[in-house]
Design a protein around this ligand. Structure first.
Ligand SMILES: C[S@@+](CC[C@H](N)C(=O)[O-])C[C@H]1O[C@@H](n2cnc3c(N)ncnc32)[C@H](O)[C@@H]1O
Length: 381
């Protein structure tokens, strides 16, 4: 049975493991930033199609201890690449290393590429070419201080790229992180949901897809389709089953707003591209003045994060007002704020009932839970 490794944003490993198990994975073993598992190709296709949390699903094809660059070359040369993908496919090698004692990771990356091409030449008298921008086949190398593992990427583009065209904003939340935050909030379709700082609409689209049981991978291609072992009938069957269970688009209790009219327009465009515009209600509004759309529900937001000079002070003034707005108007709501700013929990004037560490790339963040109850006016220091 093939062995795989699924990567995910750090902090979401347990949710990832649940999804993998639902897709049929066995011997699921979480580590920081992902989970190893065993499963059939059906499980692999299903995980690519259905996982909201995974970033990539990698097929483990080689593993060995190493001391020198040449050991890694030999590991790569020893694998039957020509059986796994055709020589006409373009490729790129990606490298991740933790405490690797060797001098140049770029050099090792190059040697792995050489080994793959040399093996092709020996077997079929031709070599694949490299495409660093849009490779057909991605090979991932993972090095620890003494062991090297090689993977073929079954996803292709990262799985948070759901396939609908995105009107991007500066730093939108990745879709898999947004989906993980929604899961951690315990939100269920049917419960009113509000993102009052919706930006490009990432939470709204993920929630609307969940509400209509739309598999996140339905609108995109996958790396596994470019491998020689691609089982097309199996893939069509899985896709068709996912298509058949999606619900007709209908208005949901999902609400988005933003103070910036351009952001509201971008969210609208993105929802339209995902064919979910009917499902979500959007408006331009300042959260500090916004009336809740229902007596109770789940509020989820990713407040602005200060990177530029002067923004820190501006945010320090904003957080207490945000806390007051929640206390005064959102009694009955469970509020989830995702932020990397350590000032926020100190200045908001509300007591968090849960703080979940999560990583946005390399940035350590917190998902803060505030259960707002009526009359919660605590004196501020
Ligand atoms: C970090 S972005 C959110 C990004 C969003 N999660 C996404 O995926 O694109 C923060 C958003 O908060 C909005 N914002 C800032 N102050 C606001 C306020 N007082 N009321 C409503 N929205 C506000 C900004 O316009 C910005 O779009």
């Amino acid at each position: 049975m093939p062995t795989f490794f699924a990567t995910c944003p750090r902090g979401l490993e347990a949710l990832l493991a649940d999804e993998l198990t639902q897709s049929g994975a066995i011997r699921v073993d979480t580590v920081a930033g992902g989970a190893g598992f065993e499963g059939s190709w059906e499980t692999c296709y299903r995980a690519n199609l259905e996982s909201r949390i995974a970033t990539r699903i990698l097929w483990r094809v080689g593993h060995a201890p190493y001391k020198r660059e040449e050991d890694i070359y030999k590991l790569a040369y020893g694998l039957p690449w020509q059986q796994w993908f055709a020589v006409r496919r373009t490729l790129r090698v990606y490298m991740t290393a933790i405490r690797c004692p060797l001098k140049s990771l770029d050099f090792i990356t190059l040697r792995i590429k050489d080994a793959v091409c040399d093996r092709f030449r020996a077997e079929v008298d031709a070599r694949p070419s490299v495409d660093t921008a849009e490779p057909d086949v991605r090979i991932h190398a993972f090095l620890t201080d003494r062991e090297a593992t090689l993977y073929l990427d079954t996803s292709g583009d990262a799985l948070y790229m759901r396939g609908y065209k995105y009107a991007s904003v500066g730093a939108p939340l990745k879709e898999n992180l947004a989906a993980g935050i929604l899961r951690l909030s315990g939100w269920q379709p049917g419960t009113p949901l509000l993102d009052p700082m919706c930006g490009s609409g990432t939470f709204l689209i993920e929630a609307a897809q969940m509400a209509h049981d739309i598999a996140p991978g339905l609108g995109r291609p996958f790396g596994f389709a470019r491998l020689e072992n691609f089982d097309e009938p199996l893939w069509h069957r899985l896709r068709a089953a996912a298509e058949a269970r999606r619900k007709p688009i209908a208005p949901q209790a999902i609400h988005g707003s933003d103070i910036d009219v351009d952001m509201v327009e971008r969210a609208r465009q993105n929802l339209a591209a995902a064919r979910l515009d009917e499902a979500v209600r959007l408006q331009r509004a300042d959260l500090l003045e916004l009336a809740p759309p229902a007596p109770e529900g789940v509020l989820v937001a990713n407040p602005p994060y200060g990177v530029r000079l002067g923004e820190e002070e501006r945010l320090a003034a904003f957080y207490p007002k945000l806390g007051d707005a929640l206390k005064q108007r959102f009694a009955g709501w469970r509020c989830y704020l995702f932020s990397g700013d350590p000032q926020l929990p100190r200045l908001i004037g509300l007591k968090a009932s849960r703080r979940t560490p999560l990583y946005n790339g390399a940035l350590e963040c917190r998902l803060l839970e505030y259960k707002v109850v009526s009359g919660q006016m605590r004196g501020r220091r």
